[in-house]
Ligand binder design. Structure first.
Ligand SMILES: N[C@H](CCC[C@H](N)C(=O)O)C(=O)O
Length: 278
């Protein structure tokens, strides 16, 4: 299986474009490919497929083999792959994803894509996979207890995939690898959740650390950064246009008041091409 190793701010993927449909036992393939010791090593396995609804279709599988509806960093990598490989010559591409149709605007420099702006769609504040965030005009921040008895309050946002956003005074006080998996698998979330801890510097500048559903800690989470800005606006922590600092780098996020859609801008990098032998 030919693949291209790519990343968006260190959130890394094996990208496959050679199939017209996903292979049998895709969950096992994803776990094996993503394994950092026995496989390629990646946070996810991404397939670029034909689509009848858009220019192309993307499906994304986490390192644990589960499929996600959405992946912002992978979408930017797919945009880069499509243009750089010649599968498209357009600088605006539509992509069918589990979260709906997404439009990508590609920034081309010296003949290759360096950055992508993605229309990540409208946030869902009441969805099957997350608790209700709005009751009338009231924003609900849900309490959640961890085994150490540490009480947190989270704001639930879906970008097609579930997110629990928690604002804290100081990120260094959060033991992410301890509390992340507890919240990821909490009963509040029927399909588990991604977990974002956020430290606010100014209303337009925040830092987030993320424990991803099906992956663990990653260096960046695009849909998570979008959820952080939505939760930030709803709870009065941030404005609608925010620079989100992640361990892997920065994303520019805008939650548009005009169309209620969230726009994410960031880089995409191709590392190498290879063939998976097993
Ligand atoms: N682990 C996520 C999928 C990847 C999302 C993240 N890498 C992004 O850039 O949005 C989930 O199960 O919903």
């Amino acid at each position: 299986m030919k693949f291209t190793k790519m990343h968006g701010l260190g959130n890394d993927f094996a990208v496959v474009a050679e199939f017209l449909s996903i292979p049998e036992q895709v969950a096992t393939v994803a776990k094996n490919v993503c394994d950092r010791h026995f496989g390629v090593g990646a946070d996810g396995l991404v397939f670029i497929l034909p689509s009848e609804q858009a220019d192309f279709r993307m499906r994304i599988f986490n390192a644990d083999g589960t499929e996600s509806e959405q992946c912002g960093n992978a979408v930017r990598c797919v945009g880069k792959y499509l243009y750089d490989s010649g599968m498209t010559t357009a600088t605006q591409v539509t992509l069918q994803t589990g979260a709906g149709l997404q439009t990508l605007d590609l920034v081309v420099e010296n003949g290759v894509v360096t950055r992508v702006t993605v229309d990540m769609g409208e946030p869902k504040l009441a969805a099957a996979e997350v608790p209700t965030t709005l009751v009338g005009e009231q924003v609900v921040q849900h309490p959640i207890e961890t085994q150490s008895g540490q009480p947190y309050k989270f704001t639930a946002v879906s970008m097609g995939n579930p997110h629990a956003v928690i604002f804290v005074e100081a990120l260094e006080e959060v033991d992410l690898h301890h509390v992340g998996p507890q919240i990821e698998t909490h009963a509040y979330f029927p399909r588990k959740t991604n977990v974002e801890f956020v430290e606010v510097h100014t209303p337009t500048d925040v830092t987030m650390h993320v424990w991803e559903r099906g992956c663990g800690e990653t260096l960046a989470c695009g849909s998570g950064a979008c959820s952080v800005v939505v939760a930030g606006v709803l709870t009065g922590h941030t404005e609608r246009e925010v620079t989100v600092h992640l361990k892997g780098g920065d994303l520019q996020i805008v939650w548009s008041a005009a169309d209620n859609r969230v726009y994410m801008t960031g880089p995409a990098v191709k590392v190498y091409e290879a063939t998976w032998l097993l």
